[in-house]
Each structure stands twice: as C-alpha cells, then as structure tokens.
Design a protein around this ligand. Structure first.
Ligand code: GRG
Length: 307
C-alpha cells in the first residue's frame, strides 16, 4: 500500500505564518536606523503603530507571491515592509478625530491618543513616504530589476492613492450619508481594502518574475480575496458587537454601518465569503504558477480567521 510522502523540510502553514510575520516585524524595526537623525517623538510614534500587533497579512502576500515563483524572501522583504508601512499609515489616519475618531486599535490606544493629532498625522505621512524609499532598496540591496521596481512603484502609487485606497476611503466617508446599493459598497471594498491586497500579490509576482498572464491571475486572486476579506471583516464586526450587546434585530442592523450583512444578511454574506474564496483559489490553481501552495493556504486561512 502506498503511503503519502511527507516533505520533512516543509514547515507547516502555522509555522510559515509565524516565521514570516516575525521576519517582517524584525525587518520593520530596521527601517529607520538609529543613526538617522529623526526627532525622537516621530520615531516613537511610527514605531508605536508599526509594532502594535498587526497580522502582517499584506507583507505575507508579497513574500508568498514572490516565493511562488522561486523569488527570495530577502528580495521581497523591502517591498513587504513598504506595504505594511502604507497600511499602518492608513490605520493611523483612519483613527483620527477627522475620520473615525477611534480611541483604541488592536487593543491599544490609537496613535493620536498617545502622541497627539499633529504627530499622528505626520507619523502617517512619514510612513507613506518611506514606503517608496524601502521599495527602491529592493533594487539597491537585492538586485530586483529597475523594470520590476518601476511597475511596483507605479502600482503602489495607483492602488494606495486617489484611484485606490484613498478613493475608497473618501467614498466610504461620503457613503455614510447613504450608500445607494451593493455596487457602491463593492467600490468601497475594492479600493479601500482589496487594492493593497492586489498590490501585494502583484509586487511579489513581479519580484519572482511572473509573466503577464500570471500577473493577471494574481490580480483576480487578490480581488476575490480582498472582497472576501472585507466581507469577513464586516461579519466579524457584527458578531463582535453581538457578543458585547446581545443579538441584534434586523432593524438594529439596518440602522448601523452599511455593510454586506446590512444589504444581504448574515447567511448570504457568509456564503459570499466562501464563494469568493473558492473562486480565488480556482484562478490560482489554474494559473500555472510554479508553487501556489502557500497562496492557496492563505486563502483558506483568511476565510476561517476570527480576528
Ligand atoms: C485613511 C487613506 C486612509 C485610508 C484608510 C485601511 C483603512 C483605509 C481604514 C481602516 C478601516 C477598515 C476596516 C478598513 C478596511 C481594511 C481592513 C479590514 C483593515 C484592517 O486590516 P487588518 O485586519 O489589520 O490586516 P491588522 O491590524 O491585522 O494590520
């Protein structure tokens, strides 16, 4: 009888997640070397949010996509750090009184509650700006081609800017006065959330040497995964609120933030997450990517996440 041959050298997915997240956290601490002359409060404020306990999902996607094509994680790391810095800036700004006015994030005081609004704005600005410096280091230190770097810079400018995450955030804020339908909600999710996920996959693919059709597959994978991630986030928010305040009635849900569960209900939202994840996995499985196993595992992990 044949027995399955277990690859002894291949870390489990859980180990892969932990080791990768730790490596990203450690690389992030090296982004602003001690000998750089930076005002202490700015350094502290950036560091506070960079080390506040994020899941490092976007860096993980950069690294897993690069490795899927045989690219090295060392070469991918500066870009992985770049996307985490953009993500961190967006969270700092999102929490400000002018936007969501939140006091806590990831169980800790928000950046502006600790350092004041002005420093929080500037820490966000500095993280966004430094992301582009970090991308360039992938070329300077690890030989990533200028061609790949140009496309990565172009993608990040587009996907984090007016046509991307910032556009999605503005649509979300305007939409709070009344989102007209699920298409508008999809626009918000696609840009506010999915674009940075798509960016991460494309950047990893470019570092690993993906061809045009493989990049397209990564884009579709990222889009489905990004939407699924945001719907799951909406679901987790609602479930979290329910566990704090008891089960909500349909009318409670209707008076709240306009989300997928608001439009289509909880069961249909859960089904949507499953369908989008299945469609994301299908596109990757059929793409001819040399080793897509980690990407597929990430899709399953995100669908089952509880925070
Ligand atoms: C201020 C320009 C600007 C944009 C803000 C990211 C964002 C856009 C707003 C945060 C609010 C929110 C719920 C956004 C949707 C994206 C999302 C689910 C972010 C949280 O990402 P995780 O779960 O966060 O990866 P961690 O804490 O793990 O890093």
């Amino acid at each position: 009888m044949k027995t399955a041959v277990k690859c002894l050298n291949r870390p489990s997915f859980k180990e892969y997640l932990t080791v990768t997240a730790d490596a990203v956290s450690s690389a992030l601490t090296e982004q602003f070397p001690a000998h750089w002359n930076i005002p202490a409060i700015l350094r502290e404020s950036m560091d506070y949010s960079l080390t506040a306990g994020g899941k490092r999902l976007r860096p993980l996607l950069v690294i897993a996509a690069a490795e899927a094509f045989g690219g090295s994680r060392e070469a991918a790391m500066p870009v992985a750090c770049a996307v985490e810095m953009v993500h961190t800036y967006s969270l700092i700004h999102d929490d400000l009184p002018a936007m969501d006015d939140d006091d806590y994030r990831r169980g800790k005081m928000t950046n502006h509650k600790v350092y004041g609004e002005a420093v929080a704005v500037l820490a966000g600005d500095a993280l966004l700006t430094h992301a582009f410096y970090s991308i360039v280091q992938a070329g300077r230190r690890h030989g990533v081609s200028s061609d790949a770097l140009l496309s990565i810079v172009e993608d990040l400018s587009e996907m984090s800017g007016a046509r991307g995450m910032v556009g999605g955030q503005v649509a979300d804020m305007s939409g709070e006065q009344g989102i007209t339908g699920i298409e508008e909600l999809e626009y918000i999710h696609l840009h506010k959330t999915a674009d940075l996920i798509i960016f991460s996959l494309l950047a990893g693919g470019r570092i690993g040497g993906a061809d045009k059709s493989q990049l397209e597959a990564l884009r579709c994978f990222g889009q489905d995964l990004g939407l699924a991630f945001q719907i799951q986030d909406d679901i987790l928010d609602l479930v979290g609120d329910e566990s704090k305040m008891g089960k909500k009635t349909q009318s409670d849900v209707e008076q709240e933030k306009v989300t997928y569960p608001y439009f289509i209900g909880m069961d249909a939202s859960l089904r949507q997450v499953e369908e989008l994840t299945a469609s994301a996995k299908k596109v990757i499985a059929e793409s001819g990517i040399p080793d897509s196993s980690r990407l597929l595992e990430i899709a399953d992990y995100l669908m089952k996440r509880d925070h």
